[in-house]
Design a binder for this molecule. Sequence first.
Ligand code: CA
Length: 440
Amino acid sequence: MLNETHDPGLSSWLASAQAPDCDFPVQNLPFAVFRRRGSSESFRGGVALGDQIVDLSALASAGVLDGEAQRAALAGSQTKLNALMALGPVAWSALRLALSRALRVGSRLQAAIEPLLVPQAQAEYDVPAHIGDYTDFYTSIHHATQIGRLFRPDNPLLPNYKWVPIGYHGRSSSIVVSGQGFHRPVGQTMPPGAAQPSVGPCKRLDIELELGIFMGAGNALGESIPIDAAESHVFGLCLLNDWSARDIQAWEYQPLGPFLAKSFATTVSPWIVTLEALAPYRLPFTRPADDPQPLPYLDSAVNREGGALDIRLEVALQTPRMREAGHGAAAICRTSYRHAYWTLAQLVAHHTVNGCNLQPGDLLGSGTLSGPTPQEAGALIELTGGGKQPLTLPSGEQRVFLEDGDLVSLRGWCERPGAARIGMGECTGTVLPAREVRVR
Ligand code: CA
């Protein structure tokens, strides 16, 4: 699984890639689509290195790569990454190796590539793929139990949870890229004790700390993807905030699950970290001895040996008052993807077991990634005990749910002795005031 591109001793000729807290050292090489901010340039694929972006379109035109790597760079030159995603792991890996060699100290390509760099500080990003379908899973047993406890104190976890990776079909048209604001959703709610429902701005606006899984090559309709092939269909992972209107959700979700409580906005980070880059941070997938072991189609030796990933995750919140005082966002949760009950290979195998076809650029949400302790909860509804225990921020302000002007920032990174530290960048969004309810 590991190769020369993961060598923690590698360094780049670009000085900013060596900064100790840098998300994008030469061992990472994540993909986004970008252009110079405020320009009318076309969006095109880019690869992060330090504080710069390697422009894949310019790189492909420069003709300094060849073979599969050049083919992949050309596919990555388009306005979305779907064509690159469709090529599959041999092409992705060839481009990664070629970039790693070109960007490291001593490369003869330094002089050719340096003029192709665009500073990240001057870039704007777009949603990295045309997302045909978005599926949201529910892979944290800690989240499922805590949320379940709020609704069913005596029976928090439903009996299917330990057998089926639970998911639902989400909405792809309202997925936006980090940095954008969205209006507080308006919807129908049934306040406790009210005689009838009313319509108005959401009062319990929440976050969901998730990872997004971008699919690579898909499967034909009617054919499933076996678990041991599942990861070869995954292009990479991004950060994902699945904003949720808890009061709208509570009224509308029975019996068919979330609808307008989720479909108003979902924010993704611009950068997609490939599975190959994540290889050093794999962990065994284990199940408590008292829990049912996965059914055969969700089980494999490879998945047991290294199907889990230790991706450290953090949620931070900045109120308007903190922003005016010049204070950054304050952390309200830290956890890891390692606590997920189902691995991403299991999600792909389960999603396709009925013959459902996944396509390049499809997005799977992991579901809220709460860890085992209360401080590791990835949603405000858990962090505040169902909205009963407000969080106190460093500014002295309190929050139960999000207020207008609040900015939420997700971060993710991997670190382990004997491996480089790599990061996923940032996924931010700001709550704008609700719009009027129009009746004509
Ligand atoms: Ca979710």
